[in-house]
Design a protein around this ligand. Structure first.
Ligand code: IFM
Length: 478
């Protein structure tokens, strides 16, 4: 299929210095889960528990990035990547989640950082992308305040040992998912279904962010630090008051519950009220909110598509999530809304870049942060190797082009977007969906671990080289 791209109304050139990136996360790509002193994370335990992931897939091997580091670095260089966003595996560098570091684990990331530096690729490190050491979960996990303190120590260790090579720090990736999918709906590790625990986890994740921010600032003065949030562009299925209220509840849980403490130093009362009486809940001690709202250097925005919801009846089980958005904890009383006419990705998520512009404009309107990076954006499709041995993914190209156009439009309206990271560099372990959902610019043939750059890889290479979308309005990319 050939596709025509380009919106003549929107400038497709990006500002000088715009950072063109791609991302990955440790548990999703590294594999080597039992090597060189690494100990289990909550995702090892969860994925090895029958029934938790599709087909029982685990991250044991994943994209075998741990053993194929040089090959993957060469792919990044071939792409002309400006920045690589990766996460550091806490159970690899500090296997017990406290105390002694693991020299072999640190060494892996030193080799990664050296390899990036040799190829002039900026290193954007995330400290936590969901792989809590199991030893810390055994002591209570994120619902326990102590985990936030341990995270601060881990951040200091990483900043001290690896900080020379890191240009951009992100403390947490999508704490909404860690708290509410991990402890609320249970579709992510550690698989608990308790909204009170999820609320407690939210506060301790944010406190962990605060501790990590302070630790990096003290170890590496001047290094830019931010946090990546998957803010939701929430849409109500109708104008009916019940549906609008449902949309507002989701806005409360996924957006305000994180943005207000981080940027305004308070928790939203309606959200706290919704979960009141569910222990342990929020245990805020004096000084917490001041620490959590310490200014960051940038906000990382992760965006995939708008989230359409409608009101559900009385609280029952969790709702949604089979295919599409959700699930949500029962107290939210909402269901996913889906229109059969929509274009969707293999995740069942609607394709609509307008939500991205809306979020960027809103962030800017509120003047919360001096800079924004789109730290994740991309799409899963059912890619395959064709008889000619190629992986053609025109839908992904169209998706990326339309979202980059949207970013161009936001920049033109003054939003300080400094860079963009495609999710993701290679296909990888998509959490509860295992290997059934492919997001990569590079196809992984999992049996052999052969890497095959998709057509989107070449398209993105041209965009990076031109610092602009590679095609003008009406041109065709086959
Ligand atoms: O793969 C995930 C990533 O780990 C976090 N953000 C969303 C991606 C796609 O679901």
């Amino acid at each position: 299929m050939a596709i025509a791209l380009g919106n003549p109304a929107v400038s497709t050139a990006f500002p000088p210095g715009f950072l063109w990136g791609a991302g990955a996360a440790a548990y999703q790509v590294e594999g080597a889960v039992r090597e060189d002193g690494r100990l289990p994370s909550i995702w090892d335990t969860f994925s090895h528990t029958p029934g938790k992931t599709l087909h029982g897939d685990t991250g044991d091997v994943a994209a075998d990035h741990y053993h194929r580091l040089e090959e993957d670095l060469d792919l990044m260089a071939r792409l002309g990547l400006g920045a690589y966003r990766f996460s550091i595996s806490w159970p690899r560098v500090q296997p017990e989640g406290r105390g002694r570091p693991n020299p072999a684990g640190l060494d892996f990331y030193r080799r990664l950082l050296d390899g990036l530096a040799r190829r002039s690729i900026v290193a954007a490190a995330t400290l936590y992308h969901w792989d809590l050491p199991q030893a810390l979960q055994d002591r209570g996990g994120w619902p326990a305040r102590d985990t936030a303190e341990r995270f601060g120590e881990y951040a200091a260790l990483v900043a001290r040992e690896l900080g020379d090579g890191v240009a951009l720090w992100t403390t947490l990736n999508e704490p909404y998912c860690s708290a509410w999918l991990g402890y609320g709906t249970g579709v992510h590790a550690p698989g608990l279904r308790d909204s009170g625990q999820a609320l407690a986890a939210t506060h301790h994740l944010l406190l962990g962010h605060a501790r990590a921010l302070a630790a990096i600032r003290s170890e590496r003065p001047g290094a830019p630090v931010g946090i990546s949030l998957n803010l939701a562009a929430v849409r109500s299925a109708s104008e009916a008051p019940a549906d609008r209220a449902a949309a507002d509840r989701l806005d409360g849980l996924q957006n305000r519950l994180f943005c207000q403490p981080l940027f305004e130093g308070r928790y939203p009362e309606d959200v706290v009220e919704l979960f009141s009486g569910l222990g342990p809940g929020l245990a805020v001690t004096p000084g917490d909110l001041e620490a959590i709202s310490a200014p960051v250097d940038f906000l990382g925005l992760n965006y995939y598509g708008p989230i359409w919801v409608q009101a559900a009846g009385e609280p029952g089980g969790t709702s949604g999530g089979e295919d599409g958005h959700g699930p949500w904890v029962p107290e939210l009383r909402l269901r996913a809304y889906r229109d059969p006419g929509w274009r969707t990705t293999a995740m069942g998520w609607p394709v609509d870049p307008r939500g991205l512009v809306q979020l960027l404009l809103e962030i800017h309107r509120r003047r919360w942060v001096p800079a924004v990076y789109v730290t994740e954006n991309g799409a899963a499709f059912h890619d395959y190797i064709d008889p000619e041995g190629r992986v053609r993914d025109p839908e992904r190209i169209a998706y990326l082009a339309s979202h980059l156009e949207a970013i161009g439009a936001a920049i033109a309206q003054g939003v300080p977007v400094r860079g963009y990271f495609v999710w993701s560099l290679t296909d990888n372990f998509e959490w509860a969906w295992g290997y059934s959902r492919r997001f990569g610019l590079v196809f992984i043939e999992y049996g052999t671990q052969r890497r095959i750059p998709k057509t989107s890889f070449e398209w993105y290479r041209r965009a990076i080289a031109a610092n602009a979308l590679p095609l003008a309005a009406g041109e065709v990319f086959a």
